[in-house]
Design a protein around this ligand. Sequence first.
Ligand code: ATP
Ligand code: MG
Length: 263
Amino acid sequence: MDTIKVVGKGNGGIVQLVQHKWTLQFFALKVIQMNIEESARKQIAKELKINQSSQCPYVVVCYKSFFNNGAISIILEYMDGGSLADFLKKVKSIPEPYLAAICKQVLKGLIYLHHEKHIIHRDLKPSNLLINHRGEVKITDFGVSAIMTSTSGLASSFVGTYNYMSPERIIGGNYGNKSDIWSLGLVLLECATGEFPYSPPDQAEGWTNFYELMEQIVQQPPPSAPSNHFSPEFCSFISACIKKFITYMFTCEFQCECRHFHS
Ligand code: ATP
Ligand code: MG
């Protein structure tokens, strides 16, 4: 493989565009640094095997993965349009008809992951939805977040990704496929308005306090699409996605815990 360029950096590692020497085919090579012990390595290898057996046009293909000098390397289908996060930075917001096209593809990918692979993505967000020049949108990094969170050494470096997490996951309760639907709702709403749906107390600084954001997600009524700017269909779809499935009692308990962290 020849390295062409770095296409992106995440919390855990870097993604490069590489080209196969003989076939000249392009791939994305994701390298995640992690120095872990043998048992955790075996677990990760097992989980990555699941990804390699995925065959769905709405899910990024994972061709191969291997360990090398304390790093996991994953060879992925190259998506030449980058991520929805990259796209959103350029266009600021995305009109409804395009969102519908994106949403349809992501939903098909989720149906595949949930019902055929029995995987909850757990980390659906704009940077994990990739685009190519054919206008295809595909889900990536499924299962990776499960590996990361179960691999203790990396848990702390994983904080940046809690924004799209559903209330039932935040409070550590039971969660299922619906958690991914919550994340999808937030992603679509962010794409429509151009802003992350939960606004921080200090606009200039953004979300600096992780517990404050968690508190808002758990305690506040779920965000919704402003009905004066979007179609009734879009608004009701978003509300159907961003539904809270936690009881009042849990909310109170969580509130106490948050106070404890603040003080
Ligand atoms: P985090 O580490 O917080 O999850 P992230 O999802 O942006 O953030 P990575 O998954 O490492 O981190 O991806 C980094 C960037 O690399 C993405 O935002 C995207 O622009 C690019 N990228 C990732 N995978 C591919 C791919 N298969 N094809 C093309 N570009 C990709
Ligand atoms: Mg990612």
